[in-house]
Structures are given as C-alpha cells and as structure tokens.
Design a protein around this ligand. Structure first.
Ligand code: HPA
Length: 257
C-alpha cells in the first residue's frame, strides 16, 4: 500500500513537522489531554489507512505540542489480531517515518508475567520475545538493540528525577486476541518474559529498521492469566490504565521534555 496519498492528506492539513511520535496503548489514550494546540485527524479520513475495530481504540492522529515540542500521537493503534497483516498493522509507523518522525515512544497495556511487577507497574521495554513468530517485511535488517539503550537510560533518569518508580523488562508479544492460558504464561515466564501483550513488537521492528529511535513503555494493567485472583478481563486493563494515567502522563511529559 502506497503511503503517498496518506502523506499528502496529512501534509495538506498540518503545518508542524513533528520529529517525535507517541503511540498510546489501550486505556492510555488520555495522554493526549496533556498536549496543547491539537489538531485531530480521524484515521478513517486518511486515504489508504487501515480501519481499526477494537472498542476503546478510536483511531486518531493527534498533532500538538507537548512539553514544548511538536509531537504526533497515535491514539488507537492497529493490531495484528484485528485481521490486518503486519504491513497494514505497521502502516501508521511507516506513515510517521515518511512524515519525518525520528523518535518513537511506544506505550502499551500489558499483563504482568514477573510476579514482582504487579498491576500499576511502569516497565521500560529493554527487549522482546516475538511469540507470534511472524515478522513484518522490513526495508532493512533490523538493527540491534531494537529499543534504544541511551534513550531508555535517559528516561530512567527522568523517572528517578520525578520520583516515579519504573522497572525494566522483557515484553513478549502474543498475537491474540485471546488472552494467554495459564500454561502459556508459565512458558513465557520460563523463557524470561516479564510482561505479555498483543502489540508493539511489529511497530518497534519496523521503526527500528527505518532508522527511528525506539523507546518502549509498558503499563502492567493486570496479572497475566493464572497469576491473579480474578479471571482476566478488558475492563481491568482499562481501569488500571485510568488509575496510573496521571503518573504516566507526568513521566511521558518529562521524557518528551
Ligand atoms: N495479556 C495480553 N495482552 C494484554 C494483557 C494480558 O494479560 N493485559 C493487557 N494486554
């Protein structure tokens, strides 16, 4: 799918040239409220942009200023489990790269696999496990590490400075849409995963291969299947997102500044 029509559509409507993009995970979309002077482009209006189907995942590109910088938010990312292939799933990333974005902050909601990471934990992604065994077509071989070490170190420093506790860990990508079974969660724990979720990895791989710097931040919204008291549900994911949003907002604003 050519990016040209989408690129032209955006350029005709946006005066700024953001070099930093933030992808907002489910329940974390309210981060855009911290931005000023926003222009919203519903993704359904953008030519060639794949349509999203998940409740609570309104597809919007929001351009604005955050902590004194021009940024673009992607609210309502695309997921592989919605039936898009990985080329479509990563369309927004390729579009943002074509727009001139050089740094990508990927946020997500994830299940905690590491028992030391209870709901509410903020975790920098230092590495991932691709448990879907599917890879997007990459324009270049991905560089390693995928998650920018220097940027992550800086972000940890920002968190410390703000008095916000963060952790670091490995994110496992499962394709979904079903949550993992307890047996799968035990397997993921044995493989070294700290968190599990259904996004981020394809975006990180594509962004990295396009030469963008990538920072990954998971909000642990629930204990992964079999580790918590209650059965998993999407409401808990959204509720925890709500609960941590202020802290997350402060942290992200600090990192952007
Ligand atoms: N598993 C997979 N994806 C998720 C989870 C989970 O437990 N929580 C939020 N996204």
């Amino acid at each position: 799918m050519s990016l040209e029509p989408a690129l032209e559509y955006v350029r005709d409507r946006i005066q700024t040239r953001p070099t930093l993009a933030l992808v907002l995970g489910s329940g974390l979309g309210s981060l855009v409220e911290a931005a000023s002077g926003t222009t919203v482009l519903p993704t359904t209006d953008i030519p060639g942009y794949p349509t999203s189907t998940v409740v609570g995942h309104a597809g919007k590109l929001v351009f604005g200023r955050l902590s004194g910088r021009d940024v673009v938010f992607l609210q309502g990312r695309l997921h592989r489990y919605e039936g898009h292939d990985l080329e479509k799933t990563t369309f927004p990333i390729r579009l943002m790269a074509a727009m001139g974005v050089r740094r990508l902050l990927l946020t997500n909601a994830a299940g905690g696999v590491n028992p030391g990471f209870p709901p509410g934990t903020l975790m920098w992604i230092t590495s991932h496990i691709n448990w879907s065994f599917e890879t997007p077509t990459l324009p270049e071989t991905a560089r390693t590490p995928v998650y920018d070490r220097a940027w992550t170190r800086e972000a940890i420093g920002v968190a410390e400075h703000l008095g916000i506790q963060t952790r670091q860990g490995t994110y496992a990508w499962t394709r979904g849409p079903q949550y993992e079974t307890p047996a799968e969660v035990r397997a993921l724990a044995a493989l070294g995963a700290d968190a599990v979720g259904m996004s981020t990895v394809p975006e990180a791989l594509v962004a990295n291969s396009l030469g963008m710097r990538v920072l990954g931040l998971s909000t642990i919204t629930n204990a992964a299947a079999g580790l918590g008291e209650e059965p998993l549900n999407h409401e808990e994911v959204l509720e925890t997102g709500q609960r941590v949003q202020q802290e997350l907002q402060r942290l992200v604003m600090g990192v952007v500044a």
